[in-house]
Structures are given as structure tokens and as C-alpha cells.
Ligand binder design. Sequence first.
Ligand code: ADP
Ligand code: MG
Length: 262
Amino acid sequence: MTPPPVLTARDVHKSFRLGSRDIPVLRGIDLELAQGETVALLGASGAGKSTLLHLLGLLDRPTAGEILFDGSRVDDLRGWQRARLRHRQIGFVFQFYHLIPELSAIQNVQLGALMDLGLGAWLGERRAIRERAQALLADVGLADRARHRPNELSGGERQRVAIARALIAEPRVILADEPTGNLDSETAAGVLELLFRINRERSISFFLVTHDAGLAARCDRVVRIRDGRILDGRIPDGRIPDGRIPDDNPAAAAARPADTGS
Ligand SMILES: Nc1ncnc2c1ncn2[C@@H]1O[C@H](COP(=O)(O)OP(=O)(O)O)[C@@H](O)[C@H]1O
Ligand SMILES: [Mg+2]
């Protein structure tokens, strides 16, 4: 029997309340992410990509519809249960790294295990966690940068630290929101090599929001979001259309004071 998808969105809707109006952003998303699969999500700025990522990552809850993890519904769990599942099973990588500036690279990576283990176990296993963090930094090519703070690292190095942090809890899924969006193309290519190697070696599923056609083309599958729905992922002759269509989500665009990018 084939295992259920690690993540499933079933007829997911999400609206945001703006003053007295409900702004629909997602209007019935159906999506599956299989174990070990890489899926790229494309769509115009404001189309709801980050919103969908937050819902899949159990950071937020849908207005209607269901999120399933390993085939079981999870969006209706209590807050602490969703948080526990998220900390153990889901890693996040963001465009702007979200590292803590006061902490060194290795401390940032170690911190990734804190929410998973809880403070008691984390303190108890300090040395083991430190060794694991050092091994992960070596794996992402930063063995000699462990004591550097984020502002002493390049953009690509910061993103590698963030990837090591995402890996320390040994998640089943990594959700990445424009992970190369802030990097020059050469640096981005290195970070992509790293992500795809992690996918192969650890069989972690990746859901990647991106504007990067090169990244999307290397994924197992491409899905596109438009007007709050998923379009068929297959794009004729392998062409990745430019996602930046300003009126992809007219309701949301009209309600936005100014486009702030992603
Ligand atoms: N917390 C929120 N409150 C109100 N509106 C939001 C919120 N989060 C996102 N939106 C709106 O939802 C739409 C989709 O946003 P987002 O998911 O960030 O788009 P993308 O990541 O595709 O650029 C945008 O119009 C945005 O302004
Ligand atoms: Mg976004």
C-alpha cells in the first residue's frame, strides 16, 4: 500500500478580514505533497503563496477546508498539538533567513531543537545537540563559520545556516518561501544544489515557493496558484511562465494599499 501524502490540502479556503470586508485569498485549494517529493509553487505577488505555506505549516488555520498530515486531519487540533507537530515534523526556510542576530551560527542551529525538545530536554542534551549542530553546519559547508554571527556571513551562508536550523529537528517536510529570492544567481545555484541534495539524501519532502524558473524546473512537480486556486501544474513545453501578473487576485490587489513584493 502506498503511504498517504505527508501533507494534503483539501478544498482549503482562506479569507482575511479587512475592516468590514472579507478578502478571499484562497478559494478551494487541493494539493498533495508525497513523501520525498519536491513541489514548486509559482504565482504572482499577492496570489496567496505565503498564505498557503503558512496553512500547510500549521502556522495558521484555514477559514474552511482541511489540512492533513500523513493522512490525518490536523488543522482542527488544539494549538499546542499543532505546534508540537510543526516543531517535530516541519522545517521552515524563509527568504530573509530569520536568524537571531545576537547568536552565532551554531547557536542559531541549536535553537532549532529547542521548540522540538522543550527547555528541560534541550538543556539536558546540550552537548549532543551542539555536536549535531556542528555536523549539520559541516554538511551545509560551514564547518569553519560556526562562531560567526549572521552579520559576519554572506547571504548564501546565512541561508545555509537557516537550512541547518530547519534540519536539526529531523523534519519530514521543509517549507521554503522564496529561499533564493534574496541571493544572486550564482549563490542561489549553490543553495539549490544543497536543497536538492538534502532532498535526495534524507528523503525530506520540499514545498518551495519561488519565482526562480531554474528552481521550479528541477522540482518533481510545479503547481501554479491563480485567483485563489491551483491551476494544473503541467506547463506546455516545460516553460515556466513569469508569475508576476498584477491582477492575479483582483480582490486582494484592490484591497492592498501598495504592493510590497512578496
Ligand atoms: N494577515 C493578513 N491580514 C490581511 N491580509 C493578508 C494577511 N496575510 C496576507 N494577506 C493578503 O493576502 C494576499 C496574499 O498574500 P501572500 O500570501 O503573502 O501572497 P504571496 O506570498 O503570493 O505574495 C495579499 O493580498 C495580502 O495582502
Ligand atoms: Mg509571499
